[in-house]
Design a protein around this ligand. Structure first.
Ligand SMILES: [Ca+2]
Ligand SMILES: [Ca+2]
Ligand SMILES: [Ca+2]
Length: 497
């Protein structure tokens, strides 16, 4: 009984200390950021123009760098020279489908249609034709020959995945191996049309394209809007407690799903920060509502290895302290006070609508922000201690319920004599896992890194359970003598209805 009393004293001492300290975090004064929030040129190792609300990136148009002869290793060059004269093209090249009627022609020596790469070119006489890509393409280049013996014009058009026209290029006179470049993003389809006898008087050769390349969302993501490393207009939008801006994007997940972890990408000037709030706000007439659920998180981050105009792109991951149940609304990721300025990176996925808050009002950004939402998440192990996880804070009939405790051993040796206590507090009655009797603890060895202890196996929340609130888990390691906590105490409060 002595052990139990000692442990409870330690636990509740820690709990009260935690409760007292949390408001202090919010009340902490902000350092003077005035030198970081002004627009214009920053002194330092790199001189980059920045607006206050975003990084000002000069567009990095890949097409201007592209060497159509395959110099750019990121793309694919189709020269049609591996096929024989009169072969149909069809699906011969992986990831690209040519409509029926596109054929190869060995046009060597023809003055109006000389191959750009001998011997072959491609053509179709079909009035209705297309070339479809299975990936989003961010640049297409090719060489066209058009022969205008009767008045004709040729229109090359590219479309996105929903059939919206992205760009058109028109040729109205005879050309020989004219370079045609579509430096636009998200192309899925090319069509050729025209006037006069256009359909019998053109060829193309050396078709070059680049597929869009995304960074990865976690495999179990329920919303994926990742950063696009081939984005020609990579940018970041200020979302920082120390600035006058914060940034939001909309999201919708299926009813019944919950959000437990968030991955996002951004730029930090200068050192990456780790302390953020992630807020989920209901929609209020097309903008974030005034009150939402705000989670304070400590993120882990990695340097992605990508740099945009001198700015390193970081990938951040954070586990929410409790599952977020709002299935539709706005997510706001904002860095807490820190000398660095955080810029949330944009994405080429999404509806091209995000919002930014400034001067007490939300305004529209014609862009998307790069983030992923995931229903599970094991926190990074950086500090020794325990984290309790349940998939909801308020269970209803049929909801998936379980309880895991993540035990972080940040030391390099396996603990063999460190007890792990997991205690359920039901209105002052204490149940000690794993037996849920009046006193028990886990005494398995705890290896370095993160160990997941399944405390309650998964079960559907039953009917007839009534309702309850403020039921709390405590999880902590102690020293072998049970007199002091070893690492951080984890708590999780939940209820049911
Ligand atoms: Ca060729
Ligand atoms: Ca800051
Ligand atoms: Ca959006």
């Amino acid at each position: 009984m002595n052990r139990k009393c000692c442990f409870k004293d330690v636990v509740f001492g820690m709990m009260i200390w935690t409760l007292i300290m949390i408001p202090g975090i919010y009340a902490a004064g902000n350092p003077d950021m005035s030198d970081m929030t002004h627009s214009g040129t920053r002194s330092g190792s790199s001189v980059i123009m920045r607006d206050t609300n975003q990084l000002t990136m000069s567009p990095d148009i890949h097409a201007s760098d592209v060497n159509i002869n395959g110099k750019n290793p990121g793309g694919v060059l189709i020269d049609f020279d591996d096929l024989n004269n009169a072969d149909p093209i069809g699906s011969h090249y992986p990831g690209v489908v040519f409509s029926e009627g596109w054929l190869v022609w060995s046009s060597g020596g023809h003055p109006s249609y000389p191959p750009h790469s001998p011997p072959n070119v491609a053509y179709t006489h079909s009035l209705v034709n297309y070339i479809n890509w299975s990936c989003d393409v961010n640049v297409i280049c090719f060489y066209a020959c058009c022969y205008n013996d009767v008045p004709s014009s040729w229109t090359f058009s590219v479309f996105d995945d929903v059939g919206d026209l992205l760009q058109q290029i028109e040729i109205t006179d005879s050309v020989v191996n004219e370079s045609i470049v579509f430096p636009v993003h998200g192309i899925r389809r090319l069509e050729v049309a025209g006037t006069g006898e256009w359909n019998t008087h053109y060829t193309i050769d050396d078709l070059y394209y680049e597929c869009v390349e995304y960074l990865q969302c976690p495999p179990d993501s329920i919303l994926s809007q990742p950063f696009d490393v081939t984005h020609p207009y990579a940018n970041g939008f200020t979302s920082d407690t120390d600035s006058a801006y914060r940034t939001a994007d909309g999201y919708t997940i299926s009813s019944g799903e919950t959000i437990r972890s968030v991955r996002w990408w951004g730029f930090s000037v200068t050192d990456p920060q780790q302390d953020f709030t992630i807020g989920f706000y209901p929609d209020d007439s097309g903008k974030p509502g005034s009150t939402g659920n705000v989670h304070t998180v400590t993120a882990s981050y990695i340097d992605t290895g990508y740099e945009y105009v001198g700015n390193t792109l970081y990938q951040f991951d954070a586990v929410l302290p409790s599952a977020e149940t709002l299935t539709h609304g706005w997510i706001v990721i904002e860095s807490l006070s820190d000398p660095a300025i955080f810029y949330w990176a944009n994405s080429t996925m999404g509806d091209n609508l995000a919002m930014q808050y400034h001067n007490s009002a939300w305004s529209t950004l014609m862009d998307n922000l790069a983030f992923c939402l995931s229903p599970t998440g094991v926190p990074p192990c950086t500090e020794t201690g325990c984290t309790v996880y349940m998939p909801s804070t308020n269970f209803g009939v049929g909801d998936d319920c379980y309880c895991d405790v993540y035990v972080c051993n940040a030391d390099s040796t396996t603990y063999t004599d460190i007890p792990l206590f997991v205690i359920l507090d039901v209105y002052g009655a204490y149940f000690f896992a794993p037996s849920f009797g009046s006193y028990d603890y886990y005494d398995d060895p705890i290896p370095p890194g993160m160990t997941t202890i399944p405390v309650l196996p998964s079960f559907p929340w039953p009917s007839g359970a009534g309702s309850a609130s403020n039921i709390t888990w405590f999880a902590a390691m102690t020293n072998p003598g049970f007199t002091a906590l070893h690492g951080n105490l984890g708590t999780f409060t939940f209820g049911w209805h």
